[in-house]
Design a protein around this ligand. Structure first.
Ligand code: SF4
Length: 301
């Protein structure tokens, strides 16, 4: 198990089972807190072959190099990150994704997850990834006709791939919540249960610097989560916190170094929506970068 020191106590993590154990009776000193964010998402490409109606990624065809990704991951591992989440764009279009996962799994103690639209998964790909990955997140916002309307591909193309994942790699479903999807979460829950998902991650839609949900839609979402969170594991983006009355879903916010995002522009930011970040290239070492990060993270929030 990997450990890190946080204000809440000594935190342990097992990357294969996803188990977290927090020893909160242990008093920790601020000078000993782990420098790196607990989880870091890395946008490894801004290429994608879908054209989702709400996509906020500025789609081009750039890739972070294998060498940079591996270097970032090794350094983040050294300074206390528990897990890396590869996203994009569409990460399965990165030509070195399998090799990157295999190297990081062998040479670090990091957990690894991938967020994907899922259309490129096949038996061979899953076989090559399965021993070197903690989790896959597949983006499905709703069943038909919503799925096709938003993702411009039929859901029927994707469902056999979810079946292939079953029993091979634990997977979750990520769903963008907007006015089309918020009233159809029961259908999504049925699909989630039918295919044996491990976690439903709800992502209220963000556009031009703000959430798009109306007060009524937030309250529909709030109610749905309240009614269902005991039956299925639900998570929601932490930025949604102030719009929801669901304290059981969010961590204690005393500590702000739980999440970081590395963009294709090689900046470390608080999340993918934030423009401000610190450029990785301007630092000689990750220790200096992460020290600055820890000092500025609340300002960038
Ligand atoms: S799958 Fe993701 S990256 Fe690709 S178009 Fe859709 S939202 Fe954008």
């Amino acid at each position: 198990m990997k450990s890190r020191i946080e204000p809440q106590g000594l935190h342990y993590y097992d990357r294969k089972s996803g188990t977290h154990i927090l020893l909160d009776e242990i008093k920790t000193r601020s000078s000993a807190y782990s420098l790196a964010p607990r989880t870091v998402s890395i946008a490894i490409t801004d290429e994608c072959d879908l054209t989702c109606s709400y996509c906020y990624v500025n789609l081009k065809d750039s890739f972070l190099s294998k060498e940079d990704i591996i270097l970032y991951c090794k350094q983040l591992d050294r300074f206390g990150t528990f897990d890396i989440a590869f996203g994009g764009g569409e990460p399965t279009l990165h030509p070195d994704l399998i090799e990157i996962c295999n190297t990081i799994w062998k040479e670090t103690n990091l957990g690894i997850s991938i967020t994907t639209h899922g259309h490129h998964l096949n038996e061979d790909y899953i076989l090559k990834l399965k021993d070197n990955l903690s989790f896959i997140r597949v983006s499905i916002d709703g069943i038909e006709p919503i799925y096709s309307q938003l993702r411009k591909r039929p859901l029927d193309n994707l469902l056999p791939k979810l079946k292939l994942l079953s029993g091979q790699i634990p997977f979750g479903i990520n769903a963008v919540i907007n006015k089309l999807t918020v009233n159809h979460l029961d259908d999504l829950k049925s699909l989630f249960l039918e295919y044996g998902g491990f976690e439903l991650l709800l992502l209220p839609m963000w556009h031009k610097g703000k959430f798009v949900l109306t007060d009524n839609e937030w309250s529909t979402l709030n109610q749905w989560i309240e009614n269902n969170h005991k039956e299925i594991p639900i998570r929601i983006s932490s930025e949604s916190k102030k719009y929801l009355k669901l304290p059981f879903l969010f961590d204690n916010d005393e500590w702000d170094n739980d999440y970081g995002f590395i963009g294709i522009d090689k900046t470390l930011r608080k999340n993918s929506f934030t423009k401000e970040g610190i450029s990785i290239g301007q630092y000689d070492t990750f220790e200096l970068l992460l020290t600055d990060w820890r000092n500025t993270v609340s300002v960038l929030n």
